[in-house]
Each structure stands twice: as C-alpha cells, then as structure tokens.
Design a protein around this ligand. Structure first.
Ligand code: GLN
Length: 192
C-alpha cells in the first residue's frame, strides 16, 4: 500500500492528509527524526510559513535526513511555503533551505492587494485546475532541467524538476484531487 509522509510541523498539512486518505493512501505525519525512519513512497511539504518551517526542520533534526531523501530521489510535492523550502534561490534573502530545485522564487510575490485569490488555469496535461493562492510565492527563474507545469498571467506557478513538484498555490484547499493523483502516479513510477 502506498504511504506518503507529510511534514507536519506547521501549516496546512491536515488538508493534504484528507485528500490523500480519500484517494486510499496511507499518510504518515512527520514531526521528528524517528518519523522518517520507516520507509514511505513520497513526501509532502505543505504551505505555511517557510521561515518557521525552516527553523523547525533544523531544531527537530529533520533537515539533514530529509535533504538526503530528496537528493536520493524521493518524490516530493511542495506547496507554497514548501516551494520556498525547495528553491535554490530566494529573492532578497541569503537564507535558503533544501535548495534542491534550480529555481528562483519571490516570496509574497503578489503584494498586499492580491495577497490571496482564486483562479482556474491550465496545468500540464490536466486542463484547467482550481488554484487558491495565499500570500504565495512565484517562480522568477526556472533553471535548466525545470519543467514549467503552469503559469498564471505569465508568472510561473508550478514546476517540476526530476522527482520534485513545486506549486505556488494550494491544491489541497479545493476538492479537485487530480494534482494529488498525479503525484501518486509519480510515486508509483519511482518505486518500479
Ligand atoms: N508567505 C509564506 C512564506 O513566505 C507562504 C504562504 C503559504 O504557504 N501559503 O513562507
């Protein structure tokens, strides 16, 4: 049975869990080092506050082992703050976190007026999907090897690099489950 680990130290992890459970996937909340010792097939990095998550990852001893997993090919679905954790560069700050994706992101990129909004837009082969943005980042540079999965108003909001998918928006906040189903397929392929 497919088992997916969800970083559960801060932010919107419960919603991912609800969607995955609905799709028949076993979820494992990850809060400490011991939680990642038993094997699982994919990892979710949820939205929230990247600075807080980054700090907690270090304090809980999760940073090194998780980085190792991602580098070893663990499929990752990262939403919003999760995208920031994966970015190789974050505009306007020195600090990066996992930095396993060759992308540059701009945090809180939509400014105050458009802090949060909803739209429907084309996503890879899926056609239009619902997209809920909450103080979201977007990608300003997608480096070599990065596949752009979705753009909204000429701004890149979804990318894939090898085993990692990063989204500016929150697919877990709408009842369309196709992005999670897509991710489960990626996890299956990786396990063959
Ligand atoms: N603004 C948050 C950050 O910079 C991300 C927001 C979110 O995950 N919804 O980390």
């Amino acid at each position: 049975m497919m088992k997916i680990g969800i970083l559960a130290v801060q932010g919107a992890f419960v919603e991912h869990e609800a969607i995955l459970k609905g799709l028949g996937v076993v979820c494992k909340e990850i809060r400490c080092k011991e939680d990642i010792e038993e094997p699982f097939d994919g990892l979710i990095l949820p939205g929230g506050e990247s600075t807080v998550q980054g700090k907690l990852l270090r304090e809980l001893g999760l940073y090194e082992p998780m980085l190792g997993m991602i580098n070893d090919g663990m499929p990752v679905l990262a939403t919003c703050a999760g995208m920031i954790l994966l970015a190789g560069k974050i505009e306007g700050q020195e600090q990066t976190y996992f930095a396993t994706m060759p992308i540059t992101v701009r945090r809180n990129a939509y400014g105050r007026q458009l802090g949060s909004f909803y739209t429907e837009s084309a996503y890879d082969v899926l056609g239009n999907v619902p997209m809920t943005f909450i103080r979201a980042p977007f990608v300003t540079v997608a480096g070599a090897g990065t596949l752009v999965l979705a753009s909204v108003d000429d701004r890149i909001v979804a990318v894939q690099y090898k085993n990692q998918i990063a989204l500016s928006f929150h697919p877990e906040l709408n009842d369309d489950t196709r992005i999670h189903e897509n991710f489960i397929r990626l996890c299956r392929q990786q396990n063959i």
